[in-house]
Design a protein around this ligand. Structure first.
Ligand code: NAD
Length: 437
């Protein structure tokens, strides 16, 4: 469907399609998923090129975290969809017998997906795929800050998917604002909390349910006694991926006891092992999305002692993987999600202090901890709240399709991935059937 039509026309055409019943059969849904898979495999080079143009994303990162991620997500959904859509029998209390009860998942209608720029392919396609698998029609609004990927999606999606069921609307604030005036049956927004509030306020008018996939400061707690070289490597991989512009990147290290001092050298070595002595020339290292974010990030470098990194080139939007020590807990770098390649180390004396530090702030999207202690794992799990918690490995939990992915409190509401996506984009309808006589 063309994106040049007025928003109201786009949405009403998608609603007509939904109401025709065309998107309900399992065969149609599986057909869309298979077509999406073909889009990804037949246009891999063009998609890599778009991601390189928008974010300097390496082919490795494009393949692993965007294109390959989506293929895995599609395959998992295709394998399980029939089973996820099967009516679930529900127990009937004796006093209602004889009777039968079940729960069916019905599609909602027209879904709006608003995507951000940092994983501009994955974060547009993964919710869209879930919405289609659940039998809905979808408007996809890619981020205007990743224009090459946005253009690729606008060009390719109508070619591969049912153009009566999927529309791409490109644009920035005016176009999104116009879209938000329309009546949707679900709005799925990924991005920052300020716009999340705008989306939620707009949804009120039509009583539209929302999923808000937001961000926040995800800590990486490090306890004494762990292998610090391995810990530093894993933190560095998760942090400096996509030049730090990852919603679940470790935002800062919460170093217990004397681990902070030891991590300075280990993180320095880990960065060199990943990107060499000169990350600017590493084909694996990405770029900052635009100059506004570059200026915001470089201003944060004054908030501590630079342990490694600090190198920068504004015209190339390059900011080296940077580790900061001696950072005050109330410094600007500790006030907002960093969302870039700057990693502050904050020292705390013990687990109690780490838990208090986390609980003093907004609930993070992810909490990471490197500890050999089951007691510490239990305490962190029970005494803090976060979208997810991962021990020993940052970021990768989002690639487990059996885990729900989403935030809590300021890091968002709702969840998706795997069967959770079907749940998000369906209404679970209870059915009671009692013989009349
Ligand atoms: P962004 O600037 O691309 O904005 C996201 C979307 O909101 C875009 O499509 C944009 O057009 C739209 N938008 C912007 N201003 C708007 C307005 N006034 N009204 C309506 N729509 C508007 O991306 P961003 O917000 O900078 O993304 C970064 C944030 O997203 C970070 O906080 C990050 O942690 C979070 N994030 C979360 C997840 C997750 O899965 N939870 C994933 C990626 C990013």
């Amino acid at each position: 469907m063309s994106s040049v039509l007025p928003q109201s026309t786009v949405v009403s055409q998608l609603r007509d399609t939904f109401e025709s019943g065309r998107t309900r059969p399992l065969a149609w849904r599986l057909g869309q998923l298979t077509a999406l898979r073909a889009l990804l495999t037949e246009n891999t080079e063009a998609l890599r090129e778009a991601l390189r143009a928008d974010l300097g994303k390496s082919a490795t990162e494009a393949d692993r975290y965007e294109i390959g991620y989506m293929i895995g997500d599609i395959d998992h959904t295709v394998r399980h969809l029939e089973q996820w859509l099967a009516p679930q029998p529900a127990a009937v209390p004796d006093r209602f017998a004889p009777a039968q009860a079940q729960v069916v998942r019905e599609p909602l209608g027209v879904v709006l997906v608003i995507a951000p720029w940092n994983y501009p392919l994955q974060l547009a396609l993964a919710p869209m795929m879930g919405a289609l698998a659940a039998g809905n029609t979808v408007v996809v609004k890619p981020s205007e800050l990743a224009p090459a990927t946005s253009a690729a999606l606008a060009r390719l999606l109508p070619r591969y998917l049912d153009p009566q069921a999927v529309a791409v609307v490109e644009g920035a604030v005016p176009e999104t604002t116009a879209l938000l005036e329309q009546h949707f049956d679900h709005i799925f927004y990924t991005g920052n909390g300020t716009v999340g509030r705008i989306v939620m306020a707009a949804a009120v008018k039509h009583l539209t349910p929302v999923t808000l996939e937001l961000g926040g400061k995800s800590p990486a707690v490090v306890e004494p006694g762990v292998d610090l070289a391995a810990t530093a490597r894993r933190i560095a991989v998760g942090k400096f991926l996509n030049a730090g512009q990852t919603c679940v990147a470790p935002d800062y290290v919460l170093a217990i006891g004397d681990t902070g001092a030891a991590l300075e050298a280990e993180l320095t070595d880990a960065v060199t092992a990943l990107y060499g002595k000169d990350p600017e020339n590493s084909p694996e290292y990405g770029r900052i999305i635009n100059e506004r974010h570059f200026d915001r990030l470089t201003a944060l470098l004054a908030d501590g002692r630079i342990v490694t990194g600090g190198g920068q080139d504004r015209s190339g939007r390059y900011l080296a993987p940077t580790v900061l020590a001696d950072v005050a807990p109330d410094a600007p770098v500790m006030q907002e999600e960093i969302f870039g390649p700057v990693l502050p180390i904050i020292n705390v004396p013990d687990v109690d202090a780490a838990i208090a530090f986390i609980n003093d702030r907004d609930k993070p999207l992810a909490l990471y901890a490197f500890t050999e202690s089951e007691a510490t794992k239990r305490r962190l799990t029970e005494e803090t709240s976060s979208g997810a918690i991962a021990f020993g490995l940052p970021v990768s939990h989002l690639a487990l399709p059996e885990l729900p992915f989403g935030g809590v409190g300021a890091s968002g509401m709702g969840r998706y991935h795997g069967e959770y996506s079907i749940d998000t984009f369906s209404h679970s309808k209870g059915i009671l059937d009692k013989p009349i006589s």
